[in-house]
Design a protein around this ligand. Sequence first.
Ligand code: F6R
Ligand code: MG
Ligand code: MG
Length: 368
Amino acid sequence: MKITVSVIKADVGSIGGHIKPSQKLMDSVKDFVQEKGLKKGLIIDAYVSSTGDDIAILMTHKRGKLNSDIHKLAWDAFVAGTAVAKKQGLYGAGQDLLKDAFSGNVKGMGPAVAEIELEERPNESFLFFAADKTDPGAYNLPLYLSFSDPMHNAGLLLSPGMSKGFKYIIMDVEYVDADRIIELNTPEEIYDIAALLRDNQRFVIESIHSRSTGEQASAVSTTRLHNIAGKYTGKDDPVCLVRVQGSFPATGEVLSPYGIGHFVAGFMRGSHTGPLMPVKANSTISFFDGPPVVSAQAFSMRDGILTEPADAFDQPFWNYVRSAVSQKAIDIRRQGFSGCAMLPYSELEYGGIVEKLKVLDKKFVVKK
Ligand code: F6R
Ligand code: MG
Ligand code: MG
């Protein structure tokens, strides 16, 4: 049976700054999806969760990708949530709803979206990742390693299902007029893929496909909020779906790169470098409005009906990783604004510093 898995995520307000959405806000989004989506038969199943200040609506249905009814359901759920957020005085109420009226699908409107249409396997299993205080390039390194590097993916050596490699679709997210993409195949073009993916702010993995079966393995939200709004609106806080097992990497191979706690863009005011911490679902944001976090919830599905999630980072091993990542976060914070601890001008999410430099520029003198 053909099923589409869609996840649509937005920050429409949170408690005490950017810590987490309120319970009432979460309930309002859940109730809306229940009433207007499930009860009306528009979607087969749904699961609503939060990561930092973001709410993600995971849905299964039969309407394919970029379906306007599905996207409108999520948009309207966030609009309903915004009303609750405003009533409660939450911070950043409606923050990610950047357009006034819904038009067609949520792409380019603020919310992040990742979707896979799949021929459901009898034991369909997938991981849903949600990251906060960072941008879509945060998934570049983990997805490169888990699909292409035998140091993380033993299946590339051991499992015939993956021996043909994968096709990566990579997007140039600085190009704003339309989707500018390139298709590259592993293993032959692995150095070309690495050459692009090193630039996390410009080139972002949009999707990955199996070369053995042609099936889509992964989808990442590629929205860059500052491209839409032209000004600070928070970092993009990307979501990602990864199908696992069989001709795809095993769950543990997909999780393996998150043990690195690699440095990503985001953190305080979306303008710093910080290590990506794997956290439990529904975790909050704290130290220096961070650190950048990522949650991973595993699901199985039959006929589009989801199991409850298994929280993939809720296991003692990840406590050790979280301690190591905390140490990395403290280390880079010790150098404050200096050098690589803060992002280059093009990535700073606040314009204030540009104004400051304009004023200072006039005060410079050239000594004869
Ligand atoms: C980063 C983020 C926070 C805010 C910071 C200031 O993604 O959401 O770090 O940038 O708390 O918030 P404002 O400018 O809204 O007062
Ligand atoms: Mg926020
Ligand atoms: Mg956020």
